[in-house]
Design a protein around this ligand. Structure first.
Ligand SMILES: *[C@@H]1O[C@H](CO)[C@@H](O)[C@H](O)[C@H]1NC(C)=O
Ligand SMILES: *[C@@H]1O[C@H](CO)[C@@H](O)[C@H](O)[C@H]1NC(C)=O
Ligand SMILES: *[C@@H]1O[C@H](CO)[C@@H](O)[C@H](O)[C@H]1NC(C)=O
Length: 221
């Protein structure tokens, strides 16, 4: 029994670890940076054969808006990061896979973005897969078109949802008001009715009382 439990635990653990390592999704980079802030240039290339050991080096190229050619701006290999272009000196941090040569995430982080950083970025993975008897080299590249804006623009979806929120709040209040007026009038009508009834009852009581009184008087005489 204990052995079975142990086996189950081990299976669960294996599954979990496998998922942790196997979770690679090629999410596209954001494409709008705000001037003066930082920005993460995303670049992910998942290994096609996750079970095969691999190793990759990364290069980033940049073509400024209006320019014809790409320039080499950044390298990341077993020696670490190297910034290759003075426009980016001290302004690029590695945001990709850590503590591994088997790089699948080659994202970099731009500090203090300027309008001059607008343009096209291209990342290259030079990847080697180590099969038992041979090595297989691939080159994968991805493109990010970056625009730099003065202030973050809001997505249409967020504007629409805010408008919908106000519409529903106002709608609810109007409905509440109508309901209140309706109830008030109903209560007022019911109150008048009750008053009238009470008055009638009182009149009858007084009438019958005076009749009794009259009877008393008659008896008294
Ligand atoms: C990317 O790098 C920047 C600057 O070093 C850091 O502030 C940020 O937390 C990093 N983000 C990720 C996801 O590693
Ligand atoms: C960003 O720019 C400001 C002003 O130019 C400077 O004070 C700051 O140190 C810069 N930050 C980085 C991370 O380069
Ligand atoms: C942007 O580029 C222009 C023209 O090359 C240069 O004069 C200017 O100083 C640059 N601005 C920044 C913030 O690097």
């Amino acid at each position: 029994m204990a052995a079975l439990h142990l086996l189950l635990l081990w299976l669960l653990g294996a599954l979990f670890v496998h998922q942790c390592h196997g979770a690679c999704a090629e999410v596209d980079s954001d494409t709008e940076a705000v001037a003066g802030r930082g920005f993460k240039l995303g670049c992910i290339s998942c290994k096609r054969r996750s079970e095969v050991p691999g190793s990759a080096t990364v290069e980033w190229y940049f073509r400024a808006k209006g320019e014809a050619d790409f320039v080499h701006i950044y390298t990341y290999n077993e020696d670490g990061p190297i910034i290759e272009n003075e426009q980016f000196t001290d302004r690029v941090d590695w945001n990709g896979s850590k503590r591994s040569n088997d790089i699948q995430d080659a994202s970099i982080y731009l500090l203090n973005v300027t309008f001059n950083d607008s343009g096209t970025y291209r990342c290259f993975f030079n990847r080697v897969l180590f099969y038992e008897k041979y090595e297989y080299t691939t080159i994968v590249s991805k493109v990010v078109h970056l625009s730099v804006v003065a202030k973050a623009t809001r997505g249409m979806a967020s504007i629409v949802s805010e408008v919908m929120m106000y519409v529903s709040i106002i709608g609810l209040q109007v409905w509440l008001l109508i309901e209140m007026i309706y109830c008030y009038r109903k209560i007022a009508a019911a109150g008048e009715e009750a008053l009238r009834e009470a008055a009638n009852a009182e009149y009858l009581a007084i009438a019958s009382e005076s009749k009794d009184n009259c009877a008393g008087v008659q008896v008294g005489e």
